[in-house]
Design a protein around this ligand. Structure first.
Ligand code: HEC
Length: 185
């Protein structure tokens, strides 16, 4: 009986040892770890037809600027998000957690391995114009307004004339610029 218990204990210990020392694949890859972060936080602006000056849609797009990307996310230049996340959060906000920033930095340092690109989540699709479908009301500025490039954020207050007949709850507002290009004058 003692022998059987001994063998039993030995086997349990063996199972734990195997689980503990079994090589785990902890390596950070584009397909598994980085693509979901880029798709959610960068591609909405860094895609064809949007405002950012280059694409971050494919693995090659991201690798081409890997070092710069590590720098801009670490210094929180990108994604541009001036709201204070310690105070409040917004639906659809583009803000990277410390863990996500570390993942990107470590991945760049590890030589930006692709991983299994076949198993990568599908790239997000974006509509050409409004993201909301057909809006109830479309307002246009009476005249075009030229934003003069100063290489800095600029904030304007403008009133677009309109009347709605009664108090109305607004669910969503979307701004669509007539031109997405910035001109330096
Ligand atoms: C709200 C739109 C928007 C989002 C979201 C966004 N970007 Fe950008 N990005 C821009 C624009 C516009 C520029 C060019 C103007 C500038 O440099 O500020 C830019 C510039 C850059 C640059 C070049 C910076 C330089 O100094 O040359 C890098 C790199 C970059 N983005 C990476 C990213 C990454 C990585 C993400 C996601 C983590 C991201 N961006 C998210 C709009 C965006």
């Amino acid at each position: 009986m003692k022998k059987i218990i001994g063998v039993f204990v030995f086997m349990i210990v063996l199972v734990f040892v195997i689980i503990y020392f079994y090589p785990k694949d902890n390596s950070i890859t584009y397909a598994k770890d980085i693509a979901p972060i880029i798709y959610k936080n960068c591609t909405p602006c860094h895609r064809l037809g949007a405002q950012a000056p280059f694409l971050l849609q494919t693995y090659n797009d991201v690798v081409r600027r890997g070092k710069l990307i590590a720098h801009v996310v670490d210094s929180r230049i990108m994604p541009p998000w001036p709201a204070d996340p310690d105070y409040s959060h917004f639906v659809g906000e583009k803000f990277l957690s410390k863990k996500e920033i570390e993942l990107i930095k470590n991945w760049v340092e590890a030589g930006m391995p692709a991983g299994d690109l076949e198993s990568m989540p599908e790239a997000p699709k974006f509509p050409d114009n409004s993201k909301l479908g057909k809006p109830d009301l479309v307002l246009q500025m009476p005249e075009p307004f030229l934003v003069k490039g100063k290489n800095m954020d600029q904030f304007y207050l403008m009133k677009i004339p309109f009347e709605i007949p009664c108090d109305t709850f607004v669910k969503t507002i979307e701004f669509i610029p007539g031109s997405k290009k910035l001109f330096t004058m």
